[in-house]
Design a protein around this ligand. Structure first.
Ligand SMILES: Cc1cc2nc3c(=O)[nH]c(=O)nc-3n(C[C@H](O)[C@H](O)[C@H](O)COP(=O)(O)OP(=O)(O)OC[C@H]3O[C@@H](n4cnc5c(N)ncnc54)[C@H](O)[C@@H]3O)c2cc1C
Length: 412
């Protein structure tokens, strides 16, 4: 279903990752003439790592034209916190699916008409022609549209054009991330530990580990992977700059490709893991020769709709990953925009409706991420070191990696 008739309204989607594909698929199915423009020439599937897959995603995937017949990922029964020796500190029952980012991205990409997805096209400016936005690309091409959607991630060019003051703000810590094939893990860990959604609080940080789908999206035992995220306090300035400086002395902005991370930093990570993590989790970290390193940023917009232009996904708001809702939020933004455009004949009225719904939701997500990461931002030894933060083990286990709507007290 879907496809554009001769009178179809035209949408330019900037960014061909999850947010762009959500909205591209939804508008295509509503009869819009849609094209997605993605800066990266290649497929993005290899980019992501493990994500929490929420039940709220099912209707959103359906609205994007993805019928899910297989398993939604790997089901865990709940969350468990352990101390440095692997002894249990707390447990919270909450069944959910954990999966890989590509498990969401791949079907969204497959559902979108290939001829309407243009890789290797970078948006550089948005001009106006007879009141309509005109997307201008680095190759000199221009596309006149009724709507431009900025789905171009946390360093959004579209956002910079309309709200230059809104920039990513470093949160004071980084996430080291890695994936280990299940088959490479010790039998003892595969038998006990692998299936847990595990939280641990090494000094000045937080470690999270959980099973995700395999590289081929398989959830069959034996072919899955174990995903870890280790948030570590790193002050801005020289300490962060050192992490982002490669072996040739080049300092990278915002993030650094894993192969360029200096071996001495990886060796230090492995040493610290041996000192600060339970042996089974230290073993997992030690098996990853090329971990990913992502400084954590907040992005908080005050406006997400401009004249014929909307911001969605990470371009609009980035909530720290403790909230675990980046992909869901991208889908909810896209869905709200598509529904508003279906309900309102005028784009301007639809953007007002979209903005009224999603601006507060984005701010709430950012606030939740900030709250859950406050102890790492300050480099505190444990979440409980400053009781005024209200970060008990119980709170962290219960509230992390869930939409804020699951926790009524967050609305206060
Ligand atoms: C450590 C970490 C853990 C996370 N864990 C989770 C989790 O458990 N659950 C979850 O839901 N989310 C998680 N997230 C967040 C999630 O990955 C993001 O929220 C999500 O990928 C955002 O999608 P997006 O499409 O908005 O942006 P992106 O995925 O960043 O995509 C933006 C796209 O726009 C393209 N682009 C940029 N500029 C231009 C331009 N000028 N022209 C054309 N194209 C352009 C880029 O190449 C990119 O492909 C995590 C994030 C991090 C960092």
């Amino acid at each position: 279903m879907g496809g554009a008739g001769p009178q179809a309204r035209k949408a330019v989607i900037v960014g061909g990752s999850v947010a762009g594909l959500f909205v591209g698929n939804m508008l295509h199915r509503q009869g819009w003439d849609v094209a997605v423009y993605e800066r990266v020439p290649d497929d993005l599937a290899s980019r992501g790592a493990g994500i929490a897959r929420h039940a709220e995603m099912v209707p959103i995937m359906a609205a994007a034209g993805v019928t899910e017949t297989g398993p939604l990922g790997i089901e865990v029964e709940g969350r468990v916190a352990v101390d440095r020796h692997g002894r249990e500190l707390g447990r919270f029952r909450f069944a959910q699916h954990l999966t890989s980012w590509s498990y969401v991205y791949n079907p969204l990409k497959a559902a979108f008409p290939a001829g309407r997805y243009h890789g290797g096209r970078e948006l550089v400016a948005i001009e106006r022609q007879a009141g309509r936005p005109v997307a201008c690309f680095a190759d000199g091409s221009r596309v006149v549209a009724d709507l431009v959607v900025g789905a171009d991630g946390f360093r959004s060019r579209v956002r910079a054009l309309f709200a230059a003051a809104v920039v990513p703000r470093y949160a004071g810590y980084v996430a080291w991330r890695g994936l280990v094939p299940e088959a490479e893990l010790p039998a003892a860990f595969r038998a006990a530990g692998f299936g847990d959604y595990c939280f641990c609080f090494p000094p000045g940080g937080q470690f999270i580990g959980y099973p995700v789908a395999g590289a081929d999206d398989s959830v069959v035992p034996g072919r899955r992977r174990y995903n870890f995220l280790w948030y570590r306090h790193v002050p801005d300035g020289a300490p962060l700059a050192d992490l982002l400086t490669d072996g040739s002395g080049q300092r990278h902005d915002y993030s650094i490709p894993p192969p360029l991370i200096r071996p001495d930093l990886v060796a230090r990570l492995h040493r610290d893991a041996a000192a600060d993590l339970p042996p089974a989790l230290a073993d997992v970290v030690g098996r990853v020769a090329h971990p990913m390193l992502q400084p954590i940023y907040d992005v908080e917009s005050d406006r997400i709709a401009f004249d014929g232009v909307a911001l969605i996904g990470d371009a609009a708001f980035v909530a720290r990953p403790h909230a675990g809702i980046g992909v869901l939020k991208a889908g909810e933004d896209a869905h709200a925009l598509a529904l508003a455009l279906a309900a309102e004949p005028r784009v301007a009225a639809a953007l007002d409706r979209f903005s009224a719904e999603r601006l507060p939701a984005g701010k709430q997500a950012v606030a939740l991420g900030r709250r859950l990461g406050a102890f790492i931002e300050r480099g505190l030894d444990t979440p409980q070191t400053d009781p005024s933060l209200g970060l008990t083990t119980e709170f962290i286990l219960r509230v992390s990696a869930r939409p804020p709507s699951h926790s009524p007290e967050l609305a206060a």
